[in-house]
Write a protein that binds this ligand. Sequence first.
Ligand SMILES: Cc1cc2nc3c(=O)[nH]c(=O)nc-3n(C[C@H](O)[C@H](O)[C@H](O)COP(=O)(O)OP(=O)(O)OC[C@H]3O[C@@H](n4cnc5c(N)ncnc54)[C@H](O)[C@@H]3O)c2cc1C
Length: 438
Amino acid sequence: MARRHVLIGVGPGSIAAAEEIRHADEGAEITLVGIEPEGYYSRPGLAYYITRELPESRLFPFTARDFARLRVTILADRAVAVDPTARRVTLESGRELVYDRLLMATGSQAVAAKAPGADLDGVVKLDHMDDARDLIRRCRDVGTAVVVGGGITALEIVEGIRARGVRVHYLMRQERYWRNVLSESESRIVEEALLREGVRLHHFTELAGIHGSDGRVAAVETADGSTIPCGLVAVAIGVRPRKELAEAAGVACDRGVLVDEHLRSNHPDVFAAGDLAEAWHEETGRRTLEVLWNAAVAEGRVAGRNMATEAVHPYEKSVPLNITRLAGVKTTIIGTVGNGEDRDLQSITRGNSETWSELGDAALVEVQSGRAHVRLALAEGVIVGALIMGDQALSFPLQELIEAQADIGAMAGSLQEPGAPVAELVTTLWRDWGARRD
Ligand SMILES: Cc1cc2nc3c(=O)[nH]c(=O)nc-3n(C[C@H](O)[C@H](O)[C@H](O)COP(=O)(O)OP(=O)(O)OC[C@H]3O[C@@H](n4cnc5c(N)ncnc54)[C@H](O)[C@@H]3O)c2cc1C
């Protein structure tokens, strides 16, 4: 009899798992269940949809032909209960699915603001396609918006709203944007770009409450007693794994679903991947949360392989990477680049990895090199992290050197000399490393 696989969630984690299952087992039955009628789309692409750079039709990575090739059944429904003993999933429609292997990949969701008034009409977030459409609709009717939060999502919302002609006040609790990942110069690059776009920045400013009129947002009150009249408040203070379904089923959870290095939970037939999974890493001996598209794909692949075969494939975590845009500036973030906590956030944000802010006592090199701003973190003869803003010529060489933990030997000293030609040195290192590898 064909093995029955049920995958909850229709995001990159589930799709990657489905591809691996199909690759390993031609005859497997694969059923995906997802709440959202849009099915599989690019969540990172929502930011570009709001700024009008991408039409909605360009947010779908798969065509109908891709799905036909995968031979999967997709149900637009919500999983409301999982019984790991009976190996059964109950859907909101009343339908029941029996599985041999189950993948839970329900992603994460925005943390709501705790301030009074946070439930007023006009307080928004950005999790789903529907949120993006709602934000776009609301921008037609409001003159001023307030954005609260940190990291990439808050910034994307600021840019999206501004691009739609709405005045934006951006509230930060700290003295500068994303201080636990970016250096002072990097925060300045972002903030100067925002100021040029006409965004009003409020540092050391905390949201104290939201005032309404007829149930709708009318103004924001800050902790220092100021009032900012506005018709929209966007909150991006972090995300949490959507673990309620797993928890109710008795699947062991902490911040997310606890999985071993094979992405398997405490129930041998139940796996988890993506934003939901708190994966164990043999190398570091700890669990981390990552809210990254590529990490969801990598975990989904390994989970899928382990679901389809009896063999055990370990998940080898790669160096977390995000190639993104911060206030219009192309930016690559690789490995460990920052330190400490971000007070603008109550939990991890989207497009983020906990690894990024664990710098320890690495030596830092930060230079303006031509049209690129480059920062390197060096420790124990290797480059452990890098952040490149602007010209991205060094992005790929640094991704390769960091992922391979390439020995940089005596070059570590040369890179740290004042006025060192960092771009040339990195390029030489990369070429030499490539020649040795080949
Ligand atoms: C605005 C935004 C910007 C982002 N920017 C970046 C970026 O720059 N770089 C980057 O790497 N990542 C970024 N991300 C994060 C990235 O999109 C996620 O890490 C990735 O989508 C996680 O994949 P996943 O498969 O774990 O879950 P998701 O893609 O979140 O999919 C989970 C799915 O499960 C469904 N679901 C939940 N509960 C149930 C249930 N009970 N029954 C059925 N279905 C259910 C949800 O509706 C959802 O469709 C961004 C995300 C957002 C929203």
